[in-house]
Design a protein around this ligand. Sequence first.
Ligand SMILES: [Zn+2]
Ligand SMILES: [Zn+2]
Length: 143
Amino acid sequence: MTERNAAERGNEWPAGMKRTKQREAVLAVLERAEGPLRAAEIRARTGEDGAPVRLSTVYRILEIIVKKGMAVKLSILGGETAVYELNRFRHRHYAVCVRCRKIVSMDNCPMERFIPKLEDGDFRVTGHNLEIYGYCKDCDAAP
Ligand SMILES: [Zn+2]
Ligand SMILES: [Zn+2]
């Protein structure tokens, strides 16, 4: 799989997906995002360019664009929270601050060279899940 970023992908719009102002607004937020965002954060940012998109609509749009492969949904904090980011065709991991819930991207994957010792030798591994947690810089400095 090749790595492509939003700029290279340009105006690619999946076939069969209706182009609406609200969908464009949600995608524009994801394209500008510096990291994965929660639905409520996406909603708040859609208001920066115009009228904010309703949260229920944001959820519906996210569901569609995840299904179309344009964005990925990640469960963090043991599935308690869902965050979304543009599908950059790249395997990613995150560290989550247990105090302020800030999400920090990880540049490497410690599992890349890891060969799991499985009792079922015929088990074909296709992926993994890894979550790092701790305190971000701000929270670590806080009293
Ligand atoms: Zn923090
Ligand atoms: Zn990994």
